[in-house]
Every structure is written in structure tokens, then in C-alpha cells.
Design a protein around this ligand. Structure first.
Ligand code: UT7
Length: 347
């Protein structure tokens, strides 16, 4: 099947009204073309890139004026230092440009930009417009705000767009939480930071890309983590911690089930980098050892929507991923939102 941006695919599956097509549970991705004999609407991840501000703030820097210590922060969160500075658009464009270059593509070849962020630079317009301008893309751009689960929401949205006929979607997770953090509040200042990570997803006739997913939200939990216009982040850390472990386990399990896979078959888990203890507790229940878990929070802190692509890129750069690997992405955040996806690595 040939397709072009904006044109709908002509796969029988896409237009079918068979009970299978209608009745499949959300999150179950239809069988691969090799099984079904129908054209694929999958994708391959062809490039990745990251951007971190130059300024580094260590735990000792925070302890120099806050009632905290390097030992407390490292032990209770796993964070040792974080990067702070820049705007969301600057960081997102830098990460996006690196991903496009790594894929060997030009900006004009990108059909759509999805910017996952909870810290847009302005109310209007969407920060993705600025990112598209900086990169030189014109195909379409939008912001997606699902807090720290945003990047995994973005993977599912990008997959749908590629199924609808787009050829290349640049998916960026970027946040500048330092701008909405009260640096005198030790409950949040020790956690939050700035950064960006991006991937280029390209439509493929042979690969599946997204194997299974789960998205969710519990809007009654909004008061646990919020920031009003012009204000700072407020968080009930203990309650967020408790719920985070719960939703990562249930959502991760659901995504793996829908992907038809098990924890043993997952080559790498890339969790939201919020707190090492959350990841340890969730992964123990999921049956995924820490040796198969990507971690960068010691160097990055919690960068919200950027945290999963930062950890994914680090794993790729350090040779922890091979073609065909199944990778479990698992995020949660304000809302509360949660999202898990099993993807196939072809980078
Ligand atoms: O992106 C998603 C959103 N965020 C998260 O995922 C964060 C989830 N929550 C957490 O990561 C943890 O709850 C925190 C790191 C925020 C706090 O760790 P905790 O182990 O849950 O600490 P706690 O709130 O239960 O407090 C334990 C003690 C308290 O002292 P007392 O009452 O036992 O004397 C706190 O006052 O630690 C004290 N404390 C601190 N001490 C030194 C709280 N924050 C600090 C601090 N430095 N920064």
C-alpha cells in the first residue's frame, strides 16, 4: 500500500466493520502483516535525541539553603543532580533536531510534530508551533498535556496518526518544571528539573512498532499534584507515591497482556523517572529486575514528559537495546494520568 500524508490508508483492516475490528479491546494492536497478510500500519523508531540545560544543580547546592541533605535526597529519591534552565521550545527543538539528524532525515520530511509537555512557554499559541518553526517543519504540530505520562500518550497518538497515513511523526517530550517549582519547598524542589527527549517514528510496511498499550486517568486525584496559573507545583508526595506504584503495576501488566507478552520477554523497562523507590517497588511486582530497567534520574531528576525519552535515549546510546527487543514504557503523573506501551525496538 502506498500512502501520503493526509490520505487515509486503504488497508482492509482499517475499513472493516467485522466483529474483530469493532470488538478488539482498546490497547490490543492487530496482528502483524506477516500473520494477517494485510498491509501494515506500523512504524519504526529511526532516530532519537536529547537536550539538557547546561546548568547543573546538585543535592549539595539545594542543601546549602534548604533543610535537606544529599544523603536524604539520594536515599529517598535516587536523584543526585539535575539540569535547570532554558525554555520548553528551546529544549524540545534541540532534542527534535538531534532525532531528525540521527534518522538521516531533513526537517521538511517530518509530517507532524507532537510536543508532550506540561510546561508550555505560553498559553497561546501552542509551544509546538515554536518548535516546528525552530526545526523548519510545516506539516502540523500540536501540544499534548498528560503530565508525566505525556510521552507514552504521545506514542499511542503518533501511532494512530501513522496508521491514518502520515509517514513521519516527531514525538518530543519536553518540560521546564523549574519554572513552576517553589525552590523553597523541599518537598518538590529536590525532585523537579528540566530537559527534553525526542524520537522520530516512521511508517513501516513491515514492522509493527506499537505492540500493546494502556492509557488511563483518575481525575478525582487532581488535588494530589497541581499547579494553578502563575503558581507553583503542589504535591501530596506520599499519596502520589502510593498511587504511582499501583497504577504502574496495573497499567504495565495490561499493556504487556495486550501485547501478548510477559515480563520475561521484556528486554528493557523504561519507567517515568520520578523516584527510584517507586520504580523498584513497581518493577518488583511486575517481575522486571532493575538490571533490565533504564534509569537516568540520578543525573536528570524528574523531568516530567521528558523523563521516558531521556531514559530511552540513554539506553540506546549505551548499547542496551537491540533490534527486535520489546521495550515497556511506563508513566504516571498529575491528573492522575497513567500510560504504558510495549514497543518493538528497531533503532
Ligand atoms: O512526576 C510524578 C510526581 N511525583 C512523584 O512521583 C513524587 C512521589 N513522591 C515522592 O517521591 C516522595 O513521597 C517524596 C520524595 C516527595 C518524599 O519522600 P517520602 O519518603 O515519601 O517522605 P515523607 O513525605 O514520608 O517524609 C518523611 C520525612 C518527614 O519527616 P518526619 O515527619 O518523618 O520527621 C519529612 O518532613 O522526611 C521529611 N522530608 C525531608 N527531609 C529532608 C520530606 N522532604 C524532605 C527533604 N529533605 N527534601
Amino acid at each position: 500500500m502506498s500512502s501520503s500524508p493526509g490520505s487515509m490508508g486503504s488497508s482492509p483492516d482499517a475499513q472493516s466493520s467485522s466483529p474483530d475490528a469493532v470488538g478488539s479491546p482498546p490497547g490490543s494492536v492487530r496482528s502483524s502483516p506477516a500473520d494477517s497478510g494485510t498491509p501494515s500500519a506500523g512504524w519504526v523508531l529511526t532516530g532519537w535525541g536529547t537536550a539538557l540545560p547546561e546548568k547543573v544543580v546538585t543535592n549539595d547546592d539545594l542543601a546549602s539553603y534548604l533543610d535537606t541533605s544529599d544523603a536524604w535526597i539520594a536515599e529517598r529519591t535516587g536523584i543526585r543532580e539535575r539540569h535547570v534552565g532554558g525554555t520548553t521550545a528551546e529544549l524540545a527543538a534541540a532534542a527534535g533536531a538531534a532525532a531528525i539528524e540521527r534518522a538521516g532525515r531533513r526537517a521538511e520530511e517530518v509530517d507532524f510534530v507532537i510536543l508532550c509537555t506540561t510546561t508550555p512557554d505560553q498559553m497561546v499559541p501552542a509551544t509546538s508551533a515554536d518548535v516546528a518553526h525552530r526545526l523548519g517543519t510545516t506539516g502540523g504540530a500540536m501540544d499534548l498535556n498528560a503530565a508525566c505520562a505525556g510521552f507514552v500518550y504521545g506514542v499511542v497518538v503518533a501511532s494512530s496518526m501513522l496508521q491514518a497515513g502520515l509517514r513521519r511523526v516527531l514525538l518530543v517530550g519536553a518540560d521546564t518544571l523549574s519554572r513552576i517549582t517553589d525552590w523553597d519547598d523541599r518537598g518538590t524542589a529536590v525532585l523537579f528539573a528540566d530537559g527534553a527527549g525526542a524520537v522520530l517514528l516512521e511508517r513501516s510496511e513491515t514492522a509493527t512498532g506499537l505492540l500493546g498499550w494502556d492509557l488511563g486517568v483518575d481525575g478525582s486525584a487532581r488535588p494530589l499534584l497541581y499547579c494553578d496559573h502563575g503558581g507553583y507545583m503542589h504535591m501530596d508526595g506520599r499519596e502520589v507515591f502510593r498511587r504511582a506504584v499501583r497504577v504502574m503495576v496495573s497499567s504495565g501488566r495490561t499493556a504487556m497482556e495486550r501485547a501478548g507478552t510477559t515480563a520475561d520477554e521484556v528486554a528493557l523497562c523504561v519507567p517515568h523517572q520520578a523516584n527510584l523507590r517507586i520504580v523498584e517497588a513497581a518493577n518488583a511486582r511486575l517481575g522486571i529486575p532493575m538490571s533490565r530497567t533504564a534509569l537516568v534520574m540520578d543525573r536528570t531528576g524528574n523531568t516530567s514528559a521528558a523523563s521516558i525519552p531521556l531514559a530511552l535515549a540513554d539506553a540506546a546510546d549505551t548499547g542496551r537495546l537491540s533490534p527486535g527487543d520489546k521495550v515497556l514504557l511506563c508513566g504516571f503523573g498529575a491528573g492522575m494520568t497513567w500510560a504504558s506501551a510495549v514497543i518493538e525496538w528497531h533503532g
